[in-house]
Design a binder for this molecule. Structure first.
Ligand SMILES: C[S@@+](CC[C@H](N)C(=O)[O-])C[C@H]1O[C@@H](n2cnc3c(N)ncnc32)[C@H](O)[C@@H]1O
Length: 363
């Protein structure tokens, strides 16, 4: 406990204060688990699309059990996530804010996927214990659909709303991307939302998404197919980004994936070789502090959480891994970029873009 916290509550012992913090964390965990249930069982969606419901109505609408819907609805009201209108059969409703946070996949406030991602990680705890003992890992594919969808849907609104403006705010980059016939690559493209957003923002460009995980590639292809206005200019390939062929790309992107890669220098070197003369690589990764310092801010705390449960074990699931983890500091990426043969490295002046920071790498 910090001396400041003790000074603020002199009547509370440090042990009591710490115990309270654990209780608060337990309450947050309960919320996350309940959000996962409401998301995956379609309960939030039903309350959003079909309106308020009693427990019986919600069960009937979603093909679930009414004893469970009652417990969940009451829990959601008690914890303050749903509104309730009392009556013989209470009716429960999503507020406007709740509709955005739990059911609107286009909103920057949409955070149901965060519960999916965390619960997907929690399902792997027995394997994580084993990996922590042996020094092995847990590969991304093992985290399954919850993590895959959670990851893709968490980032989607940022790409849809903010990527075009962010790139447009850097004139040099915008000019390159706008060039007639420009070719762009999106490494570690995940669900393809960044790939689609690039194609939407730059109507002259062809965009190639690359991901090493088959199920992820299938997800990305399905998402691209559902965006017919860009589908003809977008391809998604299942491949190791380190095998990216020389390609004359004006820009190669890597959105929130370099820290996951077991051998990032190989991937960055392949990206460099694949660039056309004058081309650039743009990396978006976590906006963590420049150096380790404790206590850290919310971004740092969240990223260490992902690192413990997903990204570090994923990185360590492969041979000869540099084991970066989610907390990839700017200097770490700078080192990787230099080792990959990039001569220039800069942090782009793109602010307020979720948890992320943009880097530009140039020969
Ligand atoms: C944290 S996810 C980010 C996905 C996506 N860029 C996004 O912003 O949502 C990391 C992705 O990188 C992919 N990946 C990891 N190593 C890779 C490699 N060597 N080549 C291609 N993709 C890789 C994983 O399969 C996963 O889909």
């Amino acid at each position: 406990m910090s001396s400041t916290a003790e000074a603020l509550s002199p009547e509370r012992s440090p042990a009591d204060a710490l115990a309270q913090r654990v209780v608060d964390a337990a309450l947050g965990t309960v919320d996350i688990l309940s959000i996962y249930l409401g998301d995956r069982l379609g309960w939030y969606r039903s309350l959003d699309v079909d309106g308020p419901a009693t427990a019986d109505e919600l069960a009937a609408r979603t093909g679930t059990n009414s004893r469970y819907t009652r417990e969940w609805l009451e829990q959601q009201a008690v914890t303050g996530l749903l509104d309730v209108a009392d009556g013989e059969h209470p009716s429960f409703a999503l507020s406007r804010a709740g509709a955005e946070v739990f059911a609107d996949e286009h909103s920057l406030a949409y955070l149901a996927p965060l519960a999916r991602l965390l619960c997907g990680a929690a399902k792997r705890l027995p394997e994580l214990l084993e990996a922590y003992r042996s020094g092995g890992g847990v590969g991304w594919a093992r985290y399954g659909r919850d993590a895959r969808d959670g990851q893709a849907d968490m980032n989607r609104p940022w790409y849809e709303h903010s990527l075009a403006d962010a790139l447009g705010s850097i004139p040099e980059v915008d000019r390159l991307l706008r060039a007639p016939g420009s070719m762009l690559a999106d490494l570690g493209c995940g669900g393809g939302w960044s790939t689609i957003a690039l194609a939407r923002a730059y109507p002259e460009a062809t965009v190639r998404g690359v991901d090493i995980d088959r199920a992820t590639v299938e997800l990305a292809r399905a998402n691209v197919a559902a965006a017919p206005e860009v589908a003809v200019r977008v391809t998604v390939t299942e491949a190791d980004a380190a095998a990216l062929p020389r390609g004359g790309y004006q820009a190669v992107f890597a959105f929130e994936c370099v820290h996951d890669m077991p051998r990032p220098v190989e991937v960055l070197a392949a990206a460099r070789r694949a660039l056309a003369p004058g081309g650039v690589m743009i990396v978006m990764d976590e906006a963590v502090a420049d150096t380790f310092a404790a206590p850290g801010d919310e971004t740092e705390r969240l990223m260490y959480g992902f690192s413990l449960t997903v990204c570090l074990p994923d990185g360590m699931a492969h041979p000869a891994s540099v084991a970066t983890g989610t907390v990839m500091r700017a200097d770490t990426l700078r080192r990787y970029a230099e080792a990959a043969g990039f001569a220039e490295f800069e942090v782009l002046p793109i602010e307020d873009f979720g948890f992320w920071r943009f880097y530009l790498l140039r020969e």
